[in-house]
Design a binder for this molecule. Structure first.
Ligand code: MUC
Ligand code: MG
Length: 373
């Protein structure tokens, strides 16, 4: 068999411009920083992973700069010289040198999975049990936008790519004004498509209990992480009191977190991001916990570029626990991507690419042009 030994691990920071600014609860991004990680095997095969957080360290404390330092200084030395099919053991050894830092671990976990699958000449999903579906529903996320611009973008996406579900970012500015903006939008377009909100943990209990019922009345179908990550009592209260399903995002960053949400009956759905969870192996544990407990999983995103999104897509295609659709639209937010072929989005779905590994190949000229100097 070809030599599967990991020969080198390389990283570079890309700053990839967005097609429009993306407004989050506390910051607005005009470009997405992506740490592109390559794992090269002795046989010459190269696997790709991406270290990505949504728009900066405000989300979970990590950034492309911290991930680069952690990977180069601490994780790469654990990997180099070992066969990539020792992945489980490599992950165990990561925990001996780096606590937490799950976004950084996800980038290398995915690059190793990709290299391993490419070396075997099989799709990444085959390493994860095999794809039982070839396309997945995709929710489009709008950043914080004024009402008229939001209406325009929803209309455009319905016409262009057939999206049927939209996520609206909240949590910036005055909650009453924000609630009014979203209610008007849902009133205008809610008979054609569905809307959900993501407050990114920014409201306190009383604000949530005051404004979420108004959003429920307006027809919002799902509340994503309205209140702080640690406060599972309040999340449970919202889950049981208002009658709209609640999705835990910031509250679930590990399998232990997922177990706690299950035990406390704090949510109906878990936002499963392969990035925040530390990669595909840890994501599988969260999926198993949720599925066993009767909670749905949503194939969520940290706004990964093409390689990270494709990896999450292979995971979702092979994981029945992801029963609540996906929001794997990251590459569509980029003005221009950096693979030779783009992922295909149409009729509100994204298609699983074919070919070994993630199924995507790098466009090195574009990668060079986005590389931070
Ligand atoms: C998040 O918190 O869900 C996903 C889509 C988006 O606009 O932001 C991300 C992060
Ligand atoms: Mg979220």
């Amino acid at each position: 068999m070809a030599d599967l030994t990991i020969n080198k691990v390389e990283t570079r920071i890309l700053d990839v411009p967005l097609f429009r600014p993306h407004g989050f609860a506390t910051t607005t991004a005009t470009a997405q920083p992506i740490l592109l990680v390559t794992v090269t095997l002795e046989n010459g095969v190269v696997g790709f992973g991406e270290g990505v957080v949504p728009g900066g360290p405000w989300w979970g404390g990590e950034s492309v700069e911290t991930m680069q330092a952690i990977i180069e200084r601490y994780l790469a030395p654990v990997m180099v010289g070992r066969p990539v099919n020792e992945l489980s053991g490599i992950l165990v050894d990561f925990e001996k040198v780096v606590a937490n830092d799950r976004f950084a671990k996800a980038a290398v976990d995915i690059a190793m999975h990709d290299a391993w699958a490419r070396a075997l000449d099989i799709p990444l999903a085959d390493l994860l049990g095999g794809a039982f579906r070839k396309e997945l529903d995709v929710t489009w996320a709008l950043g914080v936008l004024p009402l008229d611009e939001a209406v325009g973008e929803v209309e455009e996406k319905i016409a262009e790519t057939g999206h049927k579900s939209f996520k609206l970012k909240m949590g910036s500015g005055d909650p009453a004004t924000d609630t009014q903006r979203i209610s008007e939008l849902v009133e205008k377009l809610g008979d054609r498509v569905s809307f959900r909100i993501d407050v990114n943990a920014r409201w306190d209990r009383l604000t949530a209990l005051r404004f979420l019922p108004k959003l429920a009345e307006a027809g919002v179908e799902l509340f994503e992480q309205p209140t702080p990550a640690h406060d599972l009592d309040t999340l449970r209260e919202i889950t049981t009191r208002i009658g709209v399903p609640v999705m835990a995002d910031e509250s679930v960053c590990s399998p232990a977190d997922a177990l706690e949400v299950v035990k406390r009956q704090a949510a109906d759905v878990i936002a499963l991001k392969t990035t925040k969870l530390g990669g595909l192996k840890e994501s599988a544990k969260v999926a198993a916990i949720a599925e066993t407990a009767g909670l749905a999983c949503h194939g969520a995103t940290s706004l990964e570029g093409p390689f990270g999104t494709a990896a999450s897509l292979h995971f979702a295609a092979a994981t029945p626990a992801i029963s609540y659709g996906t929001e794997l639209f990251g590459p569509m937010l980029l003005k221009e991507s950096y693979t030779t072929e783009d992922l295909v989005y149409e009729n509100g779905v994204v298609k699983l690419p074919e070919g070994p590994g993630s199924g995507l190949e790098p466009d090195w000229d574009k990668i060079e042009s986005f590389t931070r100097k």
